[in-house]
Design a protein around this ligand. Structure first.
Ligand code: KPL
Length: 304
């Protein structure tokens, strides 16, 4: 297969290196480089799956994009519209578009911008980070789940195998919105708190965060239930605790965004929850307060 990956952040680089074993892969990026070299390395947690290697990719070749059977979009949620806008003139109408980002709220935009393409959404618990410009380190293993959000996208079950062959475990889902909501709950709990307290995920296991984590999960559970995905707050809390433990040594993506004074994904995490809560007239004061606090932090970037 010819695969173009839009976005060369840590997750996009990890998937590119893994897919390159069996497929022709190029990157589509904001800079206009024609080549991209990536050094992939493993951590203690991933050394049985990932070996160090260097990969050379083509980049930003319009003819390659036009020939791509699969376009994997790994930019942040707030970059989706701009990234698709730039690539759209070269994406074939039959190319499958897979969108993988933290948070929710971009599906309508993608469907409207690419009305003819089969669209699939994905969520991954694989973890990666970039210790330097050229390097990507695979730091954690977890499931990747994919599922269609359009009629044609719903028929692409075989994509589960393609992604699983590249980086296991990976599974096709008949309703991708359920895993997207479950991941949203995890991000609503871990991301803003680790950004505001400038701490690793593992520190949220301290007693001082107990009540707040319970309240966040309870609010998300009420909104999920109203959306047609009934769940108890205690069940979400258990999942959050599992991720806190499994990623104890990691800094969350929002912690890193705030440390580097980058725009965060808060509008697509707590912000999406708040928007859906409003539609169902459900009060979510705890998530609202966290959203507000991160927005305040982002505003302060410009004053420093
Ligand atoms: O997805 C994550 C993130 O950092 O954005 C979690 C699950 C919180 C792991 O750090």
């Amino acid at each position: 297969m010819n695969i173009t990956i839009i976005g060369a952040g840590a997750i996009g680089r990890l998937w590119g290196c893994k897919l390159a074993g069996k497929h022709n892969v190029q990157y589509w990026t904001r800079d206009h480089r024609r080549q991209l070299t990536i050094h992939l390395s493993a951590s203690e947690a991933t050394q049985h799956t990932t070996s160090s290697n260097t990969f050379d990719f083509e980049a930003n070749q319009e003819t390659f994009l036009a020939r791509s059977d699969l376009v994997l979009v790994t930019v942040k949620a707030f970059q989706i519209a701009g990234a698709i806008q730039a690539a759209r003139p070269h994406i074939a109408p039959q190319a499958t578009v897979v969108v993988m980002h933290n948070g929710m709220g971009s599906q309508q935009t993608v469907r409207e911008m690419l009305p003819d393409n089969p669209i699939v959404y994905a969520t991954t618990a694989q973890a990666a980070f970039r210790p330097s410009e050229d390097e990507v380190r695979h730091t954690g293993i977890g499931p990747t789940l994919l599922g269609g959000i359009t009629a044609q996208g719903n028929r692409l079950q075989q994509l589960g195998q393609l992604f699983d062959d590249a980086l296991s475990p990976c599974q096709w889902q008949d309703d991708i919105n359920l895993p997207l909501w479950r991941k949203l709950a995890i991000n609503c709990a871990i991301n803003p708190l680790t950004a505001l307290h400038n701490c690793k995920n593992g520190e949220l296991a301290l007693a001082q965060f107990d009540t707040e984590l319970t309240n966040i999960c309870q609010e998300v559970a009420e909104v999920m239930t109203a959306e047609g995905y009934p769940v108890a707050g205690s069940e979400l809390r258990q999942q959050v605790d599992t991720v806190i433990k499994a990623t104890a040594g990691n800094f969350s993506s929002m912690n890193q965004d705030v440390c580097h004074q980058r725009q965060t994904e808060i509008d697509y995490i707590s912000g999406y929850l708040i928007a859906r809560a409003k539609a169902h007239q459900i009060a979510v004061p705890c998530n609202q307060r966290l959203w507000q606090a991160i927005k305040e932090l982002e505003k302060q970037y410009h004053d420093q």
